[in-house]
Each structure stands twice: as structure tokens, then as C-alpha cells.
Write a protein that binds this ligand. Structure first.
Ligand code: ATP
Ligand code: MN
Length: 275
């Protein structure tokens, strides 16, 4: 579609929504979101033109900075679409913890908010890709444009899989399963470290989903490379969070954080595979 046509479609879309905020345009948006600015509408239209997504369906999660949507692709497959909508002062501050010292992203300094979101989206996409290629269980990244990232949907028919935290609260985890899940997470952290050369840096029971007997690690925008000055302290915190959840909330016996840290960093990946 030529650029003028896209502009026209956006205008139309925006005007329609101004008149009737809940109006449904089955072609593209099943949920018409008043939180979308014109840039976001444009980005979604562009991704549709690229045949990357067909229809944006329901909201899966509405966070402070990002929203996650259930979408359908052109082969009727389920997709998850993460859209960064704003950057809060808090987020800007926390971004710095991860950006400073990361040679890939140091230059983003004083970018305006919409550009910062674009960089952050690209960072999440590239981290996902790196992890996925390394064999870490993460949603498969599919494409991105501007502040919109499309990935594999973890769940079915628009119903997302439970987070580790939720599965526990809903009594879905027996002791044996909990132990199995614990070690799957550690194995993924190890693979992320040795094969992808990354540390998640925001790992907890809120950023792990359980689906089909697998643990999916999500929300990887802030992940850092091993040469980041704080990579190892982020890793310690990640492991502590996992340790705390399993030992205190779930109440199973797991190795102490220090031991977990050694388990992850002191053995080569080859050794993990052979164990
Ligand atoms: P929040 O501010 O809400 O925590 P966030 O920036 O932490 O948002 P994510 O953790 O990546 O964003 O995603 C938010 C929620 O969306 C997740 O907790 C999960 O419920 C859902 N979600 C994320 N990715 C997927 C996916 N690929 N498939 C299904 N659901 C997903
Ligand atoms: Mn999250």
C-alpha cells in the first residue's frame, strides 16, 4: 500500500473512532483501543500489510507501559502482540539500569518517548530471537515494527497460559511438578547464559508461563549481555527470585541461591546436556 493510502486509512480509522469509540472494524481491529495513538494504528496497519498479523483481537494484559493482545494471523494462527504504549518516568529510570553499560544501547540516551519505545521493542525482539535460536523456551518472535512486537501465543483460542505465580495460586502445582518446573527454569537460565550470552534481569514467578509441560520465559526486553557490568548481579537476583518463590511460597527444597549461581555459571553448557 502506498504511504498516502496508509495515511488515508489511518485518518479514516481515527475519525471513525472519534465519532464512535467502540466501533468495530473487523478488518483490522476487533478491539478498538482508545489508547492507540496514530503511530500505533499505523504500525498495526503496516504489520498487516506485511502479512504478519491479520486481526487484532482481545486484550490479554494491560500493563502500565505495554499491552499484550491476542491476534490472528493470515493462516488463522494465534498470535501475541505486545504493544508499548507509553514510557513512564519510572520506566525511563529503570531502563537506565539496563542500558547503561550495554554497548548495544548506550546511544539511546535522550531519545523522545516514542523513539525510546521503538528501541525498546527492537531490543525485546532481538533478545527473544537470540534466546529462541539458542533453544531457550520463549515465545517464538515473529516480526516487529515500531512499538509493536508479534510473537507466538502461549495458550489457546485467545486464552493465555497461566503464569507460574497463577498456576501455584490455583493449586495447579503438585510438589513433584513444582520440582520439575524449578529445574526446567534453571536449565533455561543456564541455556540463556551459555548459549544466548544473556541474563534475563527481571526473572520471577510473574515472567514465566506454563504451557504443555514447558516453562516459557517471557518479558525479555531488559535482558542484558554477559559483558554488561551488572550482568552477574542481575543473574544473582534472578536466581534469588526463583529460589524464594519455590522455597518460601511453594515450600519445596531447592538449592540455595549461591549454589544455583555456581550451577549456572561454573559449568559449561556441554556439561548440562550430558548430566
Ligand atoms: P506488565 O506491566 O503488565 O507486567 P510487561 O511489560 O511485564 O507488562 P509481559 O510480562 O511481557 O509485559 O506481558 C504481560 C502479560 O501478557 C504476561 O504476564 C502474560 O500474561 C501475557 N503474555 C505475554 N506474552 C505472551 C504470549 N506470548 N502469549 C500469551 N500471553 C502472553
Ligand atoms: Mn511481565
Amino acid at each position: 500500500m502506498p504511504k498516502e493510502d496508509i495515511e488515508k486509512k489511518v485518518e479514516l480509522e481515527i475519525r471513525k473512532r472519534e465519532r464512535e469509540p467502540r466501533l468495530k472494524d473487523k478488518d483490522l481491529f476487533e478491539v478498538v483501543e482508545e489508547v492507540f495513538d496514530r503511530r500505533t494504528v499505523l504500525a498495526v496497519i503496516e504489520l498487516r500489510n506485511r502479512k504478519c498479523l491479520k486481526t487484532l483481537k482481545g486484550v490479554v494484559s494491560a500493563g502500565k507501559e505495554a499491552r499484550v493482545y491476542w491476534a490472528k494471523g493470515f493462516n488463522n494462527e494465534d498470535l501475541a502482540v505486545k504493544i508499548y504504549l507509553t514510557v513512564t518516568a519510572e520506566f525511563r529510570k529503570s531502563i537506565w539500569k539496563y542500558i547503561r553499560g550495554d554497548p548495544r544501547y548506550e546511544w539511546i540516551g535522550n531519545l523522545p518517548i516514542h523513539k525510546l519505545m521503538v528501541v525498546w521493542t527492537r531490543k525485546e525482539f532481538s533478545n527473544l530471537k537470540r534466546m529462541h535460536e539458542a533453544g531457550v523456551d520463549v515465545p517464538k518472535p515473529i516480526c516487529f515494527y515500531q512499538n509493536v512486537l508479534v510473537m507466538e501465543f502461549i495458550g489457546k483460542d485467545g486464552v493465555r497460559a497461566p503464569l507460574l505465580k497463577e498456576a501455584w495460586e490455583q493449586g495447579l502445582l503438585g510438589e513433584e511438578e513444582a520440582e520439575d518446573i524449578f529445574w526446567k527454569i534453571i536449565e533455561n537460565v543456564k541455556r540463556m547464559y551459555w548459549k544466548a550470552g544473556l541474563v534475563h534481569a527481571d526473572l520471577s514467578e510473574y515472567n514465566v508461563m506454563l504451557w504443555n509441560g514447558k516453562t516459557y520465559i517471557i518479558d525479555v526486553s531488559q535482558a542484558v549481555r554477559l559483558d554488561h557490568p551488572h550482568a552477574h548481579s542481575f543473574l544473582q537476583r534472578d536466581l534469588y527470585n526463583i529460589y524464594r518463590f519455590f522455597s518460601e511460597d511453594v515450600g519445596i527444597e531447592v538449592p540455595e541461591p549461591d549454589e544455583l549461581f555456581k550451577l549456572v555459571v561454573e559449568k559449561s553448557y556441554r556439561e548440562v546436556e550430558e548430566e
